[in-house]
Design a binder for this molecule. Structure first.
Ligand code: AMP
Ligand code: MN
Ligand code: MN
Ligand code: MN
Length: 284
């Protein structure tokens, strides 16, 4: 299959930290010309059957998706899974375990924020949560904007929710091995999400890609809403170096917060193998 198709294989619904339902996302994707779509909620596949049905109703092809939070050499890395069986028990169990510590982490974040003069952030963030098992930093960011602490969510992350800032709480997510194994064993493909976002040295990045490849990971996001045009080129080269297929996805979360809308990124560079070429038999 050609790389010249409007595939968007990364976005979030109310099942994690997006603001639209799977049905609203499907309609928006279709409206923007998306031909092949995947919903990739953080650590959750509870929206997969709805998303697949909505894609079918819109006349779009669909791949199942998720985005798993992983701790790798002290940094949070995101691994996208595509084309797996959404009813696979080990995957569901692994994701449940990965979601497990979120409420406790959120309470700690709230206690820390209270110490710098922002009370009630846990309760405030909960008002924005669509799935009680998935409270994320994004929900805190939305509450702090509503409370007038910051003008926009990006500013909240910069001032409060990133490493070294008062509301950041270190968290231990899944291991790289577990995340890749859960996805593979459920019949899917593991893909490194937005590699340019991690603050890795060249050696650390090499370690991530080589370990991922050794574990059976098969793809990397090249064209994503988190990359600059120069980074498309950098990670196209990385994909070739490690023999990985390439993915494309907006990482859309919300009409009012996301700067990249569904289906609006440039096509994948032609010399790469698109992930959808390897997932043709798992496309619905
Ligand atoms: P969590 O899984 O709770 O750590 O939350 C991670 C989510 O926060 C990511 O998936 C993004 O949606 C959001 N996020 C992380 N960094 C930023 C940022 N600098 N600006 C806006 N959103 C961010
Ligand atoms: Mn998110
Ligand atoms: Mn991510
Ligand atoms: Mn994402």
């Amino acid at each position: 299959m050609t790389s010249i198709i409007n595939a968007d294989l990364h976005c979030h619904s109310v099942v994690s930290d997006g603001t639209l339902t799977p049905e609203e996302l499907a309609a928006r994707a279709k409206g923007n010309g998306v031909e092949l779509w995947a919903l990739t909620d953080h650590d959750e596949i509870g929206g997969q059957h709805r998303a697949a049905a909505a894609a079918k109703a819109q006349g779009m092809r669909y791949l199942t998706g998720t985005e798993i939070s992983v701790s790798f050499i002290g940094t949070t890395v995101h691994i996208v899974g595509l084309g797996f069986d959404p009813d696979n028990e080990a995957l569901k169990q692994g994701l449940r375990k990965t979601r497990g510590g979120r409420s406790e982490r959120a309470r700690e974040m709230s206690n820390d924020l209270a110490k710098v003069g922002i009370p009630g952030a846990y309760e405030g963030a909960l008002k924005f949560v669509g799935n009680p098992e998935l409270i994320s930093r994004t929900h805190f960011a939305r509450y702090l904007v509503e409370a007038g602490v910051c003008k926009e969510t990006n500013e909240v992350f910069r001032k409060y929710l990133t490493e070294g800032k008062p509301g950041f709480v270190e968290h231990k997510w899944a291991t790289l091995r577990d995340a890749v194994t859960w996805i593979k064993d459920a019949g899917g493909m593991a893909v490194i999400a937005h590699p340019a976002r991690y603050k890795f040295s060249a050696n650390e990045e090499y370690a991530l890609f080589s370990e991922f490849k050794n574990l059976g990971g098969q793809g990397v996001e090249v064209v994503t809403g988190s990359h600059t045009a120069a980074e498309y080129v950098t990670y196209a080269d990385t994909a070739k170096e490690f023999g990985l297929a390439a993915s494309r996805g907006s990482d859309f979360h919300s009409p009012s917060e996301s700067h990249t809308d569904l289906g609006t990124l440039p096509y994948l560079p032609g010399e790469l193998t698109p992930v959808w070429e390897l997932l043709a038999d798992r496309t619905q």
